[in-house]
Design a protein. Sequence first.
Length: 122
Amino acid sequence: MMKADARQLVERFAESIVKQLEATFAGDVKTAVYQGKRRLPIAKRLMRLGDEAKEQFATLFQHPNRIVRVAAAVYLFSSMPERTVAALREIAEGHDFAAHCAELRIKQWEEHPEQYDDSNWA
């Protein structure tokens, strides 16, 4: 039962990012803000569900939308730092907004890893 719940939460997390980006580009501020606010409670719930849910969350490192990958990495740094940094380094090789976001997240992680502590998401 937990696996299905985590899978659904992961799908909702990714969906909220995609919808927020679409709304932002369309100039729909209300929807963009709404979708942005959905993400944190979903991520917190996933982090509270334990290691299996975190593994499900990490499947977003393969998501076709590179911004979704970066967003998932924010929550998974302290749980799986090696995998997270590897995923971000791959994204950072690009020349787009996602690459810039990935570079910034890596730098922030290196300078302030305490900001990514699991207890912040529980």
